[in-house]
Design a protein around this ligand. Structure first.
Ligand code: B12
Ligand code: SF4
Length: 524
């Protein structure tokens, strides 16, 4: 059978990074089937086009995965596919919580023939086998013999053949620049960000987050060896293509068990499996100097930190009191000292927020090393403690907000300001963090650093600007480039003198960085 796995586009990230679930399920598909992957972010299609694709490619089963914000689009695509007579299975965090909605048992239209609830690593092969026999069940859930939910083990972990997969859709270097850049320094003909998971689960249970509910509060890890081998495979592929690969460790809290993270990072360094990497780590776990040393030596470049608020009352209110705003600066300085910078994520519209919250947050941010601040609105995702609390207190203004998804729009009334005021705060946060002046300041703050770091922060800020201010056309990019021309010229001027220096002045590959002199002591 020919199987299509499809991820709907989110209208923002384009081909920034593939979705891991597609590659994972492809690797877990029983032998004898051919699996095609289409990520709408890299290969946009409308309903008519996907239906045509399914017919042309003689597809016998379609799997669709989606987050809440893309689910309305996912349903429309599923409807178009089902109209061709091909069955659709849906999975992922949204339909797991809204099974009845996907199956049309809530009085609405039916969008899926079957739903894979929760993690599908073990149920996917069964789904495929049932589809071949034409005996799809409506719901597939990973259950043990007692009928209780069973979280799949990550040991053994399927081998994703990254060396052979077609990743053309995810090359961030424009095709025209490939011939020129493939011989530049260590080779920049391609640049891809690839998702790798080293573990699943998070014990923290923040009110607005689906992760603890979905993946569980006890953490499962892959073996170090399996992660290291995956990195080596990716690295070899990059070398072969005269390009670069960076890894996004998509674990929700990459350092949740500091002892284990250190051991993994040591093994990465020992095996010379370093690549540049990004990961999500909560601020409280970044107090450990040895951990941060190992992060730097293993290739860490950007760390996503869910800071959420600079107000401890807000943090307590969403069960994230372990975040201590008083230590944010110290944590960021600790990272910046090692040339690691942070994507700092904030949420506005929390219960203790009042008008002016964006400026109060920016005042703090301005005192920190430069990074990539991002701002969102408190969003009640289905089945989260936040959703239940707001529903119980009658505060949801759009209880099924995903059905009519509008980006950056609240679905409940904050306590101490209006919805319109919360939207204004969000706009203020983005506008003042991504203006040409703000970008110039971020670059200037790194004046003492290598020009590569300044280029890195500038390019990253340009891309992150697009999260809130859509930059999907060449014209929108051109306008932004013109607006930032002074910073670009400054960087160009500084860069030219640096880049024409002999090759031995280039920064080393992360794999050439020696293991830091860190003890084997453990903190957790
Ligand atoms: C990586 C990631 C991203 C990437 C996505 C891009 C990419 N290419 O991956 C980036 C950084 C862009 C991102 C952004 C956002 N994200 Co995000 N992200 C994640 C993260 C950390 C990892 C996803 C992942 O790969 N997981 C590992 C895989 C193996 O798990 P999985 O995707 O769930 O797949 C398994 C099952 O769900 C199932 N499955 C999934 N799909 C399908 C399909 C079929 C057919 C079947 C059978 C099974 C199946 O099988 C898989 C194997 O078991 C998750 C958290 C998490 N740990 O999952 C959040 C998560 C998915 N993100 C979330 C959110 C809310 C967001 C944002 C809205 C945050 C924000 N406030 O801006 C944005 C939206 C971006 C946008 N514009 O769309 C939520 C989604 C909750 C929900 N109900 O939708 C999550 C769960 C985190 C959370 N805090 O709750 N995110
Ligand atoms: S620490 Fe992060 S992943 Fe864990 S529950 Fe909180 S927000 Fe979710």
């Amino acid at each position: 059978m020919r199987i299509l796995l499809y991820n709907p586009d989110n209208g923002v990230t384009r081909n920034f990074m593939p979705h891991l679930w597609m590659f994972l399920l492809q690797a877990l598909t029983p032998a004898g089937h051919e699996v095609l992957l289409v990520d709408g972010n890299a290969q946009p299609m409308d309903e008519a086009q996907i239906a045509q694709f399914v017919r042309d490619e003689n597809i016998g089963l379609v799997g669709i995965g989606a987050m809440t914000r893309m689910v309305a689009r996912a349903y429309r695509m599923a409807d178009a596919i089902r109209a061709t007579g091909v069955p659709v299975v849906m999975g992922g965090p949204h339909v797991t919580e809204e099974v009845d909605e996907a199956l049309g048992r809530d009085g609405g239209p039916r969008h899926a023939d079957a739903v894979a609830v929760g993690e599908a690593d073990e149920t996917w092969p069964q789904i495929v086998n049932d589809a071949v026999r034409g005996e799809l069940k409506e719901i597939y859930a990973p259950l043990d013999a007692m009928g209780k939910e069973r979280k799949p083990s990550l040991n053994p972990y399927p081998e994703i053949p990254w060396d052979k997969l077609d990743l053309r859709q995810f090359n961030l270097v424009p095709k025209v620049m490939h011939p020129m850049l493939k011989n530049f320094r260590e080779g920049w003909g391609t640049f891809r960000i690839v998702p790798v998971e080293s573990g699943r689960g998070c014990p923290y249970s923040c009110d607005f987050c689906t992760v603890t509910g979905f993946f569980g509060d006890s953490i499962r890890f892959r073996t170090n060896e399996s992660v290291v081998n995956e990195l080596l495979l990716l690295k070899a592929r990059a070398r072969k293509e005269q390009g670069q690969i960076a890894v996004f460790f998509i674990d929700d809290n990459f350092a949740i068990n500091v002892k284990r993270t250190k051991s993994l990072l040591r093994d990465i360094i020992r095996a010379k499996a370093q690549v540049f990497w990004v990961a999500q780590i909560s601020a409280n776990l970044l107090r450990d100097e040895e951990l941060v040393d190992l992060m730097a030596a293993s290739g860490a470049k950007w760390i996503f930190i869910g800071m959420e608020s600079v107000d401890p009352v807000n943090l307590k209110g969403v069960n994230k009191g372990f975040n201590k705003p008083g230590e944010y600066n110290e944590v960021l300085e600790r990272l910046a000292k090692r040339n690691i910078y942070a994507i700092t994520s904030f949420i506005f519209g929390m219960d203790n927020d009042t008008p002016g919250v964006a400026e109060r947050t920016l005042q703090q941010i301005r005192t920190w090393p430069p990074g990539l601040p991002i701002f969102g609105l408190l969003t009640p995702l289905p089945a989260t403690p936040l959703y239940q609390r707001l529903e119980a207190s009658g505060r949801l203004t759009r209880p099924r907000h995903w059905k009519d998804f509008v980006p950056f729009t609240m679905a409940h009334t904050p306590l101490k300001m209006t919805i319109a005021e919360a939207h204004d705060e969000l706009n203020y946060g983005w506008a003042h963090s991504y203006s040409p002046e703000a970008l110039a300041q971020a670059v200037a703050a790194l004046d003492d650093e290598h020009v590569g770091d300044r280029v890195n922060i500038f390019l990253a800020r340009l891309c992150f600007r697009g999260i809130y201010f859509p930059m999907l056309t060449k014209w929108s990019w051109l306008r932004v480039i013109i607006g930032n021309r002074r910073t670009i010229l400054r960087l160009f001027h500084k860069g030219v003198s640096r880049w024409v220096r002999p090759r031995n002045s280039v920064r080393p590959d992360p794999a050439d960085v020696a293991m830091p002199n860190v003890s084997d002591q453990v903190n957790v």
